[in-house]
Write a protein that binds this ligand. Structure first.
Ligand code: SF4
Length: 247
């Protein structure tokens, strides 16, 4: 059994194989145009110090702002805020919903069983956490009982996510689950209706798929998630081809 077959077996995708297109064009040219800095709002200052607007913060300022943020009620029960993890110059950005208990304890997104599945999903398309991949969540503090973040909470936290995207300037965003998709795209609708489409987030292509935590409970939708990943790879390959033709 090849490495890819072992990974697909772990994902529960074998013997089903829906796409046979080669997935060997994952890295993209680094000289293509990036999108411009987004316009975001500044959360309420919570210290006596002068704080620059989130939209112009560097990584150090952003990290400190998130760690001490009290802009929504989620700060009350957190052990720590979880900003994100990975390559800050990544072409790929994966965005989930919010930290769970393990993430809250360890300060890193997607480190539990859902994180293991996400790592396997990344491996299946030739990617690896921290290597040309950045992982973040819509909200940086754990919602109690692992409930979905409320709209007011996602709204309060969105400037941080917007700034992360602006600093990283990924070539492609993959929204993991409905909360991430609807927050980033500022729209409603079912997750199913948002799949199989290249959306636009401030000039960056965005693809929607299932959240790994959901996939742990719904084995039948793993095959659909695999389709989405293949679609994402094809989209990224198209971006690379377009960049080469321009260059
Ligand atoms: Fe601040 Fe976001 Fe945490 Fe709310 S979830 S307290 S907005 S960092």
């Amino acid at each position: 059994m090849t490495r890819r077959e072992r990974i697909l077996a772990e994902l529960g995708l074998t013997p089903l194989w829906l796409h046979r297109r080669r997935l060997d064009s994952l890295r993209t040219a680094s000289d293509s145009p990036r999108h411009s800095t987004s316009h975001v709002t500044m959360p309420e200052p919570h210290t006596g110090q002068a704080v620059r607007p989130v939209e112009v913060m560097d990584w150090k300022e952003l990290t400190e702002a998130v760690a001490t943020c009290r802009a929504c009620a989620l700060h009350k029960n957190r052990k720590q805020a979880v900003l994100g993890v990975g390559d800050k110059e990544a072409d790929w950005m994966f965005v989930g919903e919010g930290p769970g208990a393990e993430e809250d304890a360890r300060g890193e997104p997607f480190v539990g069983q859902a994180g293991k599945l996400l790592d396997n999903m990344l491996s299946a398309i030739g990617l690896k956490r921290g290597n040309n991949v950045y992982i973040a969540n819509v909200v940086k503090c754990r919602p109690p009982g692992n409930r979905n973040p409320a709209p007011a909470e996602t709204q309060a936290c969105q400037s941080f996510l917007d700034r992360q995207v602006a600093l990283i300037q990924p070539r492609l965003i993959v929204a993991l689950g409905k909360v991430a998709a609807t927050t980033l795209l500022a729209c409603g609708g079912t997750l199913g209706s948002m799949r199989n489409t290249v959306h636009d987030y401030r000039g960056i292509p965005l693809i929607v798929t299932y959240h790994p935590a959901y996939l742990l409970r719904s084995l039948t939708d793993k095959a659909k998630a695999w389709e989405d990943l293949c679609f994402a790879v094809e989209t990224m390959s198209g971006l690379s081809t377009a960049a080469r033709s321009v260059g």
